[in-house]
Design a protein around this ligand. Structure first.
Ligand code: NAD
Length: 414
């Protein structure tokens, strides 16, 4: 199957919103493209004495509402269009949650599994040496993403502070707590999505206690989604997949057992308290499905087979525009990515606030503030969906795009 170009998907989603909002040509055009892009080379001295040249990107999509914000990915198949799409989605995500931030994303074409820890450190520091002039606490604030983690952020913030000669923890989020990371960041994306599902169920009059869910992906987001769907919603997660295969247990899979197993084994497959299955979890007859792995997995080929009442997009871009239409026709309640997985960037924003004040919150306070933000955004999306008679993704885009447009207009850009 040939996958849609993710940036074309992002542009298509914007085009639909732009038409409904009646945006003029210039306003629409500026929103279809990144406002700035940095393409660069990172020379890295490898352990064997050779020098390898890595290609990197940093895309600032739009910063009308505040400093651009978005993660850095280290990925063997990274492309500029993937980074652009993710930077666009970050712009809509921060606007949807009404955070005073813009959208950005970065990437390095590399396979971190092929690098030694010291090579990984040199790639991370090399990224910052080149990008230091482009980023900043009041310009553009990176964070971890696919195959980068708090340790990588620690090297990056350290390199930035060596270059600038000042402590500026707010330049990068997702740091270890020892150097200014926020409590509650690790499970924030999953927690925000679970709060969104709780609000959606309340709106639909569904009681999810004891009901079933299926999950695709068991990384940072997927594993915490499993834990919190069980703990907060009282659901039974009966099917889980990762890149190696799928497992199934009709009585529900226990996160307290699967999480340490998957951490140790590097996969959910072979878990002794579930059976292997060939059936894709996203197509199972369950109440809620959580795509929490990669983009482009619900398409026009399989959308007809989705049976869940709620689709909670924990991953970025899991549903193509054609599949959106099919899910909408089937009356499935979709919680779109730019809202559903915005818990991570919301707590990243809380981290910036705490760094700026030099005053740190308890985990309970972080979680409570995240809950407030998700509930507020849910009502804004739902209200717009009803008022404009549109499906949820479009409603979320309308809320977000309108906020970015207003910021550009008062600045006099358009
Ligand atoms: P991760 O790398 O920790 O985990 C990805 C998981 O997906 C792994 O279990 C992997 O085996 C699985 N996977 C990969 N391809 C698969 C396939 N074809 N079928 C089934 N499983 C597959 O990544 P993550 O941080 O958990 O992110 C997952 C998704 O959530 C991504 O789309 C990411 O952009 C999005 N997201 C993450 C965050 C965050 O805070 N980490 C925030 C917002 C959005």
């Amino acid at each position: 199957m040939v996958k849609d170009n993710p940036f074309q998907v992002a542009q298509k989603q914007l085009d639909i919103a732009a038409e409904i909002l009646g945006l003029d040509e210039a306003t629409h055009e500026i929103l279809r493209w990144p406002i700035r892009e940095l393409h660069f080379l990172i020379p890295v001295h490898m352990d064997d004495g050779s020098v390898r040249i890595f290609r990197g990107f940093r895309v600032q999509y739009n910063d009308a509402r505040g400093p651009a914000k978005g993660g850095i990915r280290f990925h063997a198949n990274e492309t500029i269009d993937m980074v652009r799409a993710l930077a666009a989605w970050m712009t809509w995500k921060t606007a949807m949650l009404n955070l005073p931030l813009g959208g950005a994303k970065g990437g390095v074409i590399c396979d971190p599994r092929q690098l030694s820890p010291s090579e990984l450190e040199r790639v991370s520091r090399g990224f910052i040496r080149v990008a230091a002039r482009f980023i900043g606490a009041h310009k553009d604030v990176p964070a971890p993403d696919v195959f980068t983690n708090p340790q990588v952020m620690a090297w990056m913030v350290d390199e930035y502070e060596i270059i600038t000669g000042e402590h500026t923890p707010a330049v990068i989020t997702g740091k270890p707590v020892e150097i200014g990371g926020s409590l509650g960041r690790a499970d924030a994306t999953a927690r925000g999505g679970i709060f969104a599902v709780r609000e959606a169920a309340h709106h639909l009059g569904l009681d999810l206690r004891g009901k079933t869910a299926a999950l695709q992906g068991y990384g940072n987001v997927g594993s915490f989604t499993h834990k919190l769907a069980t703990e907060i919603l009282g659901m039974k997660v009966i099917a889980i997949s990762d890149v190696y295969g799928s497992i199934y247990n009709e009585n529900g899979i226990d996160p307290a057992k699967l999480m340490p197993y998957a951490r140790q084994q590097g996969t959910v497959t072979g878990f002794p308290e579930a059976e292997p299955t060939e059936d894709p979890p996203l197509e199972m007859d369950v109440d809620v499905i959580f795509p929490a792995a990669i983009e482009g997995v619900i398409t026009k080929e399989n959308a007809h087979r989705i049976k869940a009442k709620i689709v909670a997009e924990m991953a970025n871009g899991p549903t193509t525009p054609e599949a959106d239409r099919i899910l909408d026709e089937k009356g499935i309640y979709l919680i779109p990515d730019i809202f559903c997985n915005a818990g991570g960037v919301t707590v990243s924003y809380f981290e910036q606030v705490q760094n700026t004040y030099g005053f740190y919150w308890s985990e309970e306070e972080v979680n409570r503030r995240l809950d407030d933000k998700m509930v507020q955004a849910f009502h804004e999306m739902q209200h717009t969906a009803e008022a404009r008679q549109v499906h949820n993704r479009l409603a979320a885009y309308l809320v977000a795009v309108e906020r970015v447009v207003k910021a550009m207009k008062v600045r006099g850009w358009v």
